[in-house]
Design a binder for this molecule. Structure first.
Ligand code: SAM
Length: 417
């Protein structure tokens, strides 16, 4: 899914069961559900109604090889026939999307373009939700998780959030919630102008609908859109299958990246997301996530005797290219991706972070000046190469090591819970 808020922060929690091997196999006629036989019937009925509706609404076959069922990841799609890598396994016409074009034209000028595109799709979803059984999308909307089933970190209690305070996700969650509250207040007057369509939408309804959008919508040519059926596919970071938009045929498609036997759950990759992004936007994390990354925050200690000189140096020689959108609070932060080997090289501690540690390790103005003249002789970038003074280079690594160690120690209580 190409629709996620800013992400990337350390996180080691699992809010949902995440063991693919414990997936329950199920087909349309037998859908295992976690509780009673009564809820199985509800689930079966919902799926039947949904598929019947989908066939009618799209006027075409969406998939001849997938069936709806449930696994530990919630609603899921399973191979109902053998699937081979390269097979196109589903085709969903654009006509079944829920997106901004479902809103009345007179409403569009009232929607500020300062709000997040996901928030605009949220308004379209709220209108369908308000219609209830009268909505053309009712069989689909009935399948969507209710508020209590959403685990996105914006829904965590104060106590739960407190447990991740050392993580950047804590700040990101709070910031993200503030942003959504602002979007809600910006969009509220437009919805009030169309009270018949929306009723009296409360912040809680907006946040729930927004989380549905952020966890199951894609960016399309028509803005952010909910794509029924495709959004029953669960995420696997190792999958190479993505939802593809076929503008010529006016439909979304998924091509299998591997063979599947009958009964296997079929996965796609929503994006190259870290666990923090997954938790913020989708409400789950992966135990093994090849796209995981951790944000390190480092600053010059306020009691450093060369504090002013180092700050000036870093101001005159930024370690990274400044980007327009870099918020102040992440200026001194560095992202470390999960260690992996690429073309024989281990990617790990970013060069900019090593350079920063070298600047921190300096104990005299002369050393700082040497860094500047060394940089001028090379490509202009400060402290990119190991310091000639081996002891000082060692010191820089120790500073880094200490910092990472402290960070890990502050996470320990988190890991024990
Ligand atoms: C696009 S929906 C997929 C269908 C969803 N399982 C359902 O019940 O409708 C995305 C949601 O599915 C769940 N999910 C998807 N992949 C998952 C995974 N690998 N582990 C845990 N939950 C997952 C999360 O709740 C996520 O917000």
């Amino acid at each position: 899914m190409g629709v996620v808020p800013r992400g990337a922060a350390p996180l080691f929690l699992h809010r949902r069961p995440v063991t693919p091997s414990s997936c329950l196999r199920c087909t349309l006629s037998s859908i295992p559900s976690p509780t009673s036989s009564q809820s199985k019937e509800v689930c079966n009925k919902e799926n039947d109604e949904f598929l019947q509706w989908l066939r009618q609404k799209s006027g075409t076959e969406i998939s001849s090889v997938l069936s709806v069922g449930s696994s530990v990841f919630g609603r899921s799609l399973f191979a109902s026939k053998p699937i081979k890598a390269g097979d196109c396994i589903l085709k969903v016409p654009f006509s079944v999307h829920i997106s901004v074009d479902k809103l009345p034209l007179e409403m569009i000028p009232l929607i500020s373009n300062e709000v997040d595109p996901e928030s605009i799709a949220t308004v379209a979803l709220l209108a369908e939700q308000k219609l209830g059984q009268k909505s053309d999308w009712a069989p689909y909307i009935n399948c969507l998780p209710c508020l209590g089933e959403m685990h996105n970190s914006i829904f965590w209690s104060k106590e739960e959030l407190e447990m991740i305070r050392p993580s950047f996700l804590y700040t990101e969650t709070i910031e993200w919630k503030k942003r959504l509250e602002k979007d809600f207040l910006t969009l509220k007057p437009a919805m009030e102008n169309f009270r018949d369509m929306f009723g009296n939408v409360q912040l809680e309804n907006f946040l729930h609908a927004h989380a549905l959008v952020s966890s199951r919508a894609w960016e399309t040519n028509n803005g952010v859109a909910m794509i029924p059926f495709a959004d029953f596919l669960n995420h696997d970071s190792t999958s190479r299958s993505l939802l593809e938009i076929n503008v010529k045929e006016q439909r979304d498609e998924v091509v299998a990246d591997r063979n599947y036997a009958v009964g296997d759950e079929v996965f796609i990759r929503y994006g190259k997301y870290s666990n923090a992004t997954l938790l913020l936007s989708f409400g789950f994390t992966l135990p093994f996530n090849c796209y995981d990354q951790v944000r390190i925050w480092m600053d010059i200690p306020s009691d450093d005797p060369l504090y002013a000189e180092k700050r000036q140096l870093l101001h005159d020689h930024p370690l990274r290219k400044p980007t327009i959108n870099t918020p102040k609070e992440i200026e001194g932060s560095f992202l470390i991706k999960q260690l992996k080997i690429s073309k024989g090289k281990i990617l790990g501690i970013p060069m900019a972070l090593r350079a920063f540690a070298r600047v921190l390790s300096a104990t005299s103005v002369t050393e700082l000046e040497e860094m500047v003249s060394e940089a001028a002789k090379k490509d202009g970038r400060l402290a990119r190469r190991p310091l000639k003074n081996r002891q000082r280079e060692m010191q820089a690594h120790l500073i880094l090591f200490d910092h990472l160690d402290q960070m890990i120690q502050s996470m320990m209580p988190l890991l024990r819970t």
